[in-house]
Design a protein around this ligand. Sequence first.
Ligand SMILES: NC(=O)c1ccc[n+]([C@@H]2O[C@H](COP(=O)([O-])OP(=O)(O)OC[C@H]3O[C@@H](n4cnc5c(N)ncnc54)[C@H](O)[C@@H]3O)[C@@H](O)[C@H]2O)c1
Ligand SMILES: [Zn+2]
Length: 246
Amino acid sequence: MTAKDEIQNLARLLRESDHTLALTGAGISTASGIPDFRSRGSGRWEKVDPAQVCSVQAFRRDPAAFWNYNLEWWLACLRAEPNPAHHVLARLQQEGLLLGVITQNIDGLHVRAGSRTWEVHGHLRTCRCLGCGRQHPFDFVSEQFQAGKNPPRCPCGDLLRPDVVLFGDMLGEDFQAATQVLAGCQLLVVVGSSLQVYPVAALPRFARQLVIVNRDPTPWDDKAVLVLRDDIVRVFEELAATLGLS
Ligand SMILES: NC(=O)c1ccc[n+]([C@@H]2O[C@H](COP(=O)([O-])OP(=O)(O)OC[C@H]3O[C@@H](n4cnc5c(N)ncnc54)[C@H](O)[C@@H]3O)[C@@H](O)[C@H]2O)c1
Ligand SMILES: [Zn+2]
């Protein structure tokens, strides 16, 4: 099958399904300048194990070191802009071809592109106090950090943590909501995920048909009706052209 046939096949599957969702991972945001964890050569995983530095345990052991390590890439996420793949997914929803996006990303780019989004690993819009539970805008943390106050604290004096799901955390209500919206899913389009982080990696089992758009192989490839090992932005720009979306 040529690349063009594959895109036409994807367009047909989208038109035929009336319960379609996308499941996205870090790979959809690499074109926005945010490195993923597992791409060969550039993934963050190759430098450091996120389960060590991005975990509840790391936060408890040394909150200042936790913020020191993580804040830089989180601020890069906040500076990034949605790329054409985020925009095409939002457009597919407007056209009634997609119900929304379940994402593992914390960069908020699907929300900013206008998609209905279930952010199963949380987001960087807010942080919360471990003592009084109050939520603050994320800027409240970064401003303290930049003024040399590390670890950042709530006015009540207690420590602040990000509203992202850390290794060792339970998944939040968006994950529950995502499993509900996946019930009856006819088509799930996985975009830019190595499908190695559980329990999200188990979500494809809810879908009757699976399409995978990812440069590297995933453990679900043999179950998929279509696998596009191509650049994500290229795939979605060509898909938009094939569907006549401008
Ligand atoms: N942008 C973010 O918010 C961000 C960034 C890094 C990590 N994370 C977190 O880390 C975890 C990582 O797991 P994951 O499965 O999402 O990502 P991952 O890093 O495990 O896998 C990303 C996949 O995307 C593919 N990819 C990267 N750029 C691509 C491109 N331009 N075209 C085609 N394929 C491309 C790679 O081949 C890789 O298999 C997630 O839980 C996520 O919360 C989030
Ligand atoms: Zn507080």
